[in-house]
Design a protein. Structure first.
Length: 150
């Protein structure tokens, strides 16, 4: 085959360090927009981004030249720096070290987008921890709960 064809959609989830509810409603829209801009700078597309005070969900399309780990390293580093600069603080806002990344088929993307856009409502009923463990189970990812939470 003379060309490479991909459709690499990934549902990414990560939390603030210690799951502290430090994403404030008054600046959350600007943070999410800034994160979308970082993804564009990495030649990707943030199909959907939303979250709550303690975590973020993203549906990302990334080119095959970018690894998820490198993408998230750049995204988390730059977005936490932006939050701290915007809030006039140094190193106060921090993301957790790890993340969850789950592949999404093109046919399932609309359902994932609806799920991501409904985070505030969803988390009135389900905690982040419960949600994350369910996603690990749904995706047949082995885990030891002693090591999930920092």
């Amino acid at each position: 085959m003379a060309q490479t064809f991909t459709n690499l959609l990934t549902h990414v989830i990560f939390s603030t360090k210690g799951r502290v509810r430090s994403i404030q409603p008054q600046w959350k829209p600007r943070l999410l927009a800034y994160m979308g801009g970082i993804i564009r700078e990495l030649d990707g597309k943030a199909v959907a981004i939303d979250g709550t005070g303690d975590h973020v969900h993203m549906l990302l399309w990334m080119p095959p030249t970018r690894s998820i780990s490198e993408t998230l390293r750049v995204l988390k580093t730059n977005s936490s720096r932006w939050v701290n600069r915007e809030r006039g603080m140094r190193r106060d806002f921090t993301w957790q070290a790890g993340y969850g990344a789950f592949s999404v088929s093109h046919s399932n993307a609309p359902a994932v987008v609806r799920y991501i856009r409904g985070q505030e409502k969803h988390h009135r009923r389900v905690s982040f921890q419960e949600e994350f463990v369910k996603l690990l189970q749904k995706n047949n990812i082995e885990y030891d709960e002693r090591y999930i939470w920092e």
